[in-house]
Write a protein that binds this ligand. Sequence first.
Ligand code: ZN
Length: 185
Amino acid sequence: MRLLDSILEYNEQFVETKEYEKYQTTKLPDKRMVIVTCMDTRLIELLPKAMNVKNGDVKIIKVAGGIVAHPFGSVMRSILVAVYELNANEVCIIGHHDCGMSNINSDGLLNKIKDRGVTQERIDTLTYSGLNLKKWFEGFTSVEESVRHSVELIDNHPLLPADVPVHGLVIDPKTGKLDVVVKGY
Ligand SMILES: [Zn+2]
């Protein structure tokens, strides 16, 4: 059975047996925090457990590397919506050790794109139109530095209220241990 089909088959039973009942909550976060973290598979359950966060407690925005790359991109927009529309009043950036975005090789990634059938011509067209793909795919060398950079970008954002603290942490994907990089209070 293909993956989506097996997911849908499971889902039918999930709903039928009312498995959802134990997850019912509201869209407003009880702990009033919005977290930006990485899409890493090891953090799916570990991160909330390690922080004592359960369904309904916080907003979690997931993006490769937990990086807030642009002051007017979709991650920053999500943070502002969480603050102004959904009652969050603290922001927390959480990077992690052994991240797929650390030391990413942009050239290697672009080669993989070409190997999968995207033509050099198409890449050139994007480059000529002003997009720096190499930079776009660039990750980070130090997770602490990356977290600090995202914290600063959010903290200095012209649309973020001054009384919203922005924290920066690094989590160990093996043990769940949190280390503080920036305490926003
Ligand atoms: Zn990661």
